[in-house]
Design a protein. Sequence first.
Length: 303
Amino acid sequence: MEFRQLHYFVAVVEAGSISAASRRVHVAQPALTRQIHLLEEDLETRLFERHARGIRLTVAGQALYEEAQQLLDRRTRLKARLTALGQGVVGKVSLGVTVTHLWVPQVAGLLGRYRERFPQVAFEVFPLLSGPQLERLREGTLDAGILYLDDSGQPGLETRLLQHDSLVLAVPANSSWAEVPPTRLEQLADAEFVWGFRSASPVYFDRMQAHFQRLGFHPRVVQYGADNIAILSMVAAGLGIAILPAASSHHPMPGIRFLHLPELDACAMPLWFAWRPGNDSPALCNLIELVEILGAPAGPAQG
């Protein structure tokens, strides 16, 4: 029993005769008659009672007609769903985003534009630092990530530059630094800093440390936070000051003042969009295409 035969059978029932159904489905009458006979042979039962004034469904034929309508409707819905999945217009994309970039205009704009184009694709967004993102991308438990990388040459990953970031100084709003902002890092030599762990984002950490070493600056670290949100909370509590991605200033926190220093603006912190090349999800392919259309900005982002 084939879907084509069921389609012909339903057409005969609804048209009331083989000849009328032939015109409806654009199949020659002998060929249509043969397909109905083949269906009856396959099911080993008569579906129609034939008489001088036309045809009438048997009990088995009536049962098949009711089931056939449902089967053909389900087939149509399934075909439409699979087509939509294949074109990436439905489904889901799991995306990791570095914690401080969840509110950055470029990232929010990318997600918003994708949603406009593909409203039936669901995002699963995970706020993750770069280190955990890399692990999950390589494990295949994330479709894509927005994270810090040293360059585009990442084993087992494809990448596109998403934006350029820099660094910014975060100080308590009621501190002397907020009243009289420093202009050079050397003025912060005796300040107490809140810092992050290297394991959370090795590329970001090493790039920042290398920049400070070139400047001969060695921050006095007295507190540690698990991620940038935790670090900002500690700064707001007056536990120290911190140097963070400039993107942090896109989500102001009460009790914090963000300050720009030329030496921090000069530290380029590229943010990349990354995915595994073996992932052939159409929904992901559409997101990659949108990243390439939007492109990367020419210079460092300012907070």
